[in-house]
Design a protein around this ligand. Structure first.
Ligand SMILES: C[S@@+](CC[C@H](N)C(=O)[O-])C[C@H]1O[C@@H](n2cnc3c(N)ncnc32)[C@H](O)[C@@H]1O
Length: 215
């Protein structure tokens, strides 16, 4: 049964997230469609080259997979991780229908996922709960090659000048995350762990696109 507890200031809640995405999976793609331009910009910021290995962290229904597999080409690898079996089932359908041989799907919490030793890039597209999970960040970053590229985007609290957008941010957040902690700077955990990121505010700062590299 869906856990209707509203997200609070604490840590991400795995059971609540699983319930949330079990309930949301049938209409998820429709809800995310308006963010397609941001998804494309995030994948472009990764600067992927043919043959590279890219991690799609919290891949959901696989809406980034086509862009990622095109960018790394048939010699590359896309490793897409999500803990929600229902969301990953949709990703699997996408992969099988398209016949993408270089895409591997991993159904696991990111913090426990089996990952390749040294990936070239990682995408965090609308993955706020994961960004607020220290063990997930430690695990992913320990599986990136030196200089690996990162692209991170999603919701954030708008700055005071655009504060009128924050009820909308809140409304979207309570439908997609299990903690509101860190919504002022969702990427901060990556920076604390050494990532060098440039942050671009999007839509008055109610969204962000952060990109850069590990040292
Ligand atoms: C808002 S969706 C984003 C999906 C996809 N990145 C996209 O842009 O369409 C967030 C996803 O993160 C997954 N998720 C949340 N916490 C996770 C964790 N600790 N490990 C793996 N997946 C997680 C959820 O199951 C959900 O599919």
């Amino acid at each position: 049964m869906r856990d209707f507890t509203l997200p609070g200031a604490g840590q991400a809640n795995e059971a609540a997230a699983l319930a949330l995405y079990r309930a949301r999976c049938s209409y998820y793609d429709w809800q995310l469609a308006p963010y397609e331009a941001l998804r494309r910009a995030a994948v472009e910021r990764l600067g992927l080259q043919p043959g590279q290995v890219v991690l799609d962290i919290g891949c959901g229904s696989g809406m980034s997979l086509d862009l990622l597999q095109q960018a790394v080409g048939p010699e590359g690898r896309v490793i897409a991780i999500d803990q929600s079996p229902e969301m990953l089932a949709q990703a699997r359908q996408r992969v099988e229908q398209a016949g993408w041989k270089q895409v591997e799907l991993v159904c696991s919490p990111v913090q426990q996922a089996s990952l390749p030793a040294a990936a070239d890039a990682a995408l965090f597209h609308f993955t706020h709960d994961i960004l607020q999970t220290p063990a997930a960040l430690d695990h992913v970053l320990s599986h990136l090659a030196p200089g690996a590229s990162l692209a991170v985007c999603g919701l954030k609290w708008a700055p005071p000048l655009y504060g009128m957008l924050n009820p909308l941010v809140w409304w979207n957040a309570v439908q997609s995350v299990t903690t509101l902690a860190g919504l002022d700077m969702p990427w901060a955990g990556l920076v604390l762990r050494g990532a060098r990121l440039t942050v671009e505010p999007v839509c008055g700062g109610a969204l962000y696109l952060a990109s850069g590299r590990m040292p």
